[in-house]
Each structure stands twice: as structure tokens, then as C-alpha cells.
Design a protein around this ligand. Structure first.
Ligand code: 2NL
Length: 345
């Protein structure tokens, strides 16, 4: 065979190899086929043994043709094995994995709905210059009732209404007012604080939980008026509930005089009357008033010179209004993940 014939023969072997490769069904068959061409006794290697018989000046060119042929056989082998395993993988996946199923979303944690509402309420007051104050949940009778001008025979002091730890001495606070009593005893005037936190009462029905959340507020300074109270609470209402009407209704609390309860126009029926507002058109959302002079004097503040206003908001109440459909307060305290998951954001 001369040089030309050898090169032509090499080209034949390469295309013959490619054709036989198409017929291979397994990786072993592909590897055996490769050995039949490039192995010790393979066709290409056998042909290479005739290289020495060629005239020296033709060897370089023919040698390069051998290298190219070996390279193309090797490349085709690797590609065929790749294609085969790709086909096998796809077949495996289509048999064992349903790629049309939606992925499993791993949701992160999030705030409790009461925390979301609590933080929103506190933020509104912080934006108006109030400090945040906290205090113990176990309180003394003195700070929870005595300093707040509750008479000794007031029904709230009864075991029926309050959760006592030591009868007549220590108890679970029934409001966060003791935090404000402590602030008035400890802080310099003026005082402008909100006291958020858990409070406890002996109550348990669809609209009352034995533990609930409250935000109370207090502002004491010279010249504080009922107009200031109205301005702060109306700002609060508009920030939390938007553009709704509100009204101040005379009321009574032992610790404020005068006292007012604040209603907003029912956010469900806009005042027409519905189940949510018990056909009144109004929803009660907070209690408030001017701090009773007896309370100020009881913490050593001169009630002739200073005056103040205070208020209390039920966080659960605001939450139940914001998330209409939460008609049972228990949902907010049971911590059922199916319920809490609705507030993921
Ligand atoms: C309500 C009523 C209110 C206060 C809380 C208060 C605290 C001090 C002095 C005077 Cl230290 N008042 N707090 C005043 C009026 C009403 O809460 O219905 N809360 C849900």
C-alpha cells in the first residue's frame, strides 16, 4: 500500500467505526468496539505497522493522518458514551420523578399576627414621640390596683376577676398600668410612654382569653389637655384604620377623670349596622381619659401643676378587626400552625 492508499484506508476505517458505533446499545459494546480499532490488535493499530514500509518522506503526512483518525475514534467514543448515559438518565427520571409536580417550598418563620399588630400600634405612638416601657407580669396589689385609685371593694380586686398568686398581695397584672405607675415613680417629668405587653384576667369565652395583649399610653406634663388626648388618639385611629369616623363616649375608670371610650365607625358595614358591630354601627376600640389627680398625687406628682392623659388599647381587638374572619380570639392564642401560616409574609 502506498501513502495515498493508506490515507484512504484510514478514512474508510473512521467512517466504518462511526457507522458501527450507531448500532451499540451499551457502554460495554462501545468500549469493545473502540478496542477493535485502537486496541493492541485493532484495525487502526494493525495498519499503523505498515507505516515503516512507506518511503521516509511520506511518513510524516501519513503519521498525521493516523493521529487524526485515532483522535476522531476517541472523540466519537466519548460522545457516544455521554449520549447513552444522558438517554438512560432521562429515561430513569421519567419513570421515577414527576417533573411536572410543583416544588416543595420551605417557608421561613414569621411574626405572630398579634406581634404584627402590636408592632404596628407601637410604631404609630413612637412616631409621635412616645418611649416604649416594659415591666413585670407578676405585680403587687399596690401597683396593679392601689396606686390606680381602685377602692378596696372594687369588683376587679375579686378572685372572680383577677388571677392572684398570693391572695391580696401578688397577682398577674390585669393591665399594663403598673408599668406607667413605675415610670411616674422613677422617671423625671415630662413622661411620654407606651407600655405594651401581656395581661391576665379570669375570663375565657369566644371573645375573651385569660391572657391577652394590651398597649397602654401615658403623657404627663404641664398643660396637658383633653384636646391633646383627642389629637393623639385620632392620629392613632387614622394610622391604623384609615379614613374612618370616630367618637368619644363618656365612660368611667377609677384611674381617669373624665374618662372616655373611643369608638370607630364599623369597618365592616360603614355604620349601617351588622353582626360585627351588633347593629350599632360602631366598634369600641379603646378606653382613655385624663389621669385622675389622686393617681398623680399617689406617685408624688403635683396635680395642681401637672396633668396627663392615658389610654389603653386591646391588641387582640385590633387584630380581630384588621383580620376580619378571625372571629374567635382563641385562634390567636392556640398557636395552630395551620392558622398562623396564613400570616406568612
Ligand atoms: C381600656 C381602658 C385605659 C388607662 C387605661 C391609665 C394608666 C395610668 C393612669 C391612668 Cl398609670 N390611666 N391607663 C386609662 C384609661 C383607659 O384602658 O379599655 N383598655 C383596653
Amino acid at each position: 500500500m502506498d501513502a495515498k492508499e493508506t490515507v484512504a484506508r484510514l478514512r474508510e476505517l473512521a467512517s466504518e467505526f462511526a457507522a458501527r458505533l450507531d448500532g451499540c446499545a451499551t457502554e460495554q459494546e462501545i468500549r469493545d468496539l473502540q478496542a477493535a480499532y485502537l486496541g493492541k490488535k485493532g484495525r487502526v493499530v494493525e495498519l499503523q505497522k505498515t507505516l515503516g514500509a512507506l518511503p521516509p518522506d511520506a511518513r510524516k503526512e501519513v503519521g498525521q493522518a493516523f493521529n487524526a483518525a485515532k483522535q476522531s475514534v476517541t472523540t466519537a467514543t466519548v460522545e457516544a458514551i455521554d449520549a447513552l448515559s444522558f438517554r438512560e438518565n432521562r429515561e430513569y427520571l421519567s419513570r421515577h420523578v414527576d417533573l411536572t409536580l410543583p416544588g416543595r417550598v420551605r417557608r421561613g418563620g414569621h411574626l405572630h399576627p398579634l406581634s404584627l399588630v402590636l408592632y404596628d400600634i407601637v410604631d404609630v405612638f413612637v412616631s409621635m414621640g412616645f418611649d416604649v416601657a416594659t415591666g413585670p407580669e407578676i405585680e403587687t396589689d399596690l401597683y396593679n390596683f392601689g396606686k390606680l385609685n381602685f377602692p378596696d371593694d372594687h369588683p376587679a380586686r375579686d378572685m372572680q376577676d383577677t388571677l392572684f398568686i398570693k391572695e391580696g398581695r401578688t397577682l398577674l397584672r390585669t393591665h399594663t398600668s403598673p408599668v406607667q405607675i413605675r415610670a411616674m415613680l422613677e422617671r423625671p417629668l415630662p413622661i411620654q410612654i407606651v407600655a405594651p405587653g401581656a395581661v391576665y384576667r379570669r375570663d375565657d369565652d369566644p371573645t375573651h382569653s385569660p391572657m391577652f395583649m394590651q398597649v397602654e399610653g401615658l403623657l404627663v406634663d404641664e398643660g396637658v389637655s383633653f384636646a391633646n388626648l383627642k389629637a393623639v388618639l385620632e392620629t392613632f385611629i387614622h394610622e391604623i384604620f384609615g379614613d374612618v369616623r370616630s367618637r368619644f363616649r363618656p365612660s368611667f375608670f377609677p384611674f381617669t377623670e373624665p374618662s372616655a371610650e373611643v369608638d370607630i365607625e364599623c369597618i365592616s358595614c360603614r355604620g349601617a349596622g351588622c353582626r360585627l358591630c351588633s347593629s350599632t354601627g360602631w366598634l369600641e376600640i379603646l378606653g382613655s381619659g385624663m389621669v385622675d389627680p389622686n393617681v398623680l398625687e399617689g406617685v408624688g406628682i403635683d396635680s395642681e401643676r401637672y396633668s396627663g392623659f392615658a389610654f389603653g388599647v386591646g391588641v387582640d381587638r385590633v387584630a380581630m378587626l384588621r383580620y376580619e374572619g378571625v372571629s374567635n380570639i382563641r385562634l390567636l392564642y392556640e398557636n395552630d400552625p395551620r392558622f398562623l401560616g396564613c400570616f406568612w409574609r
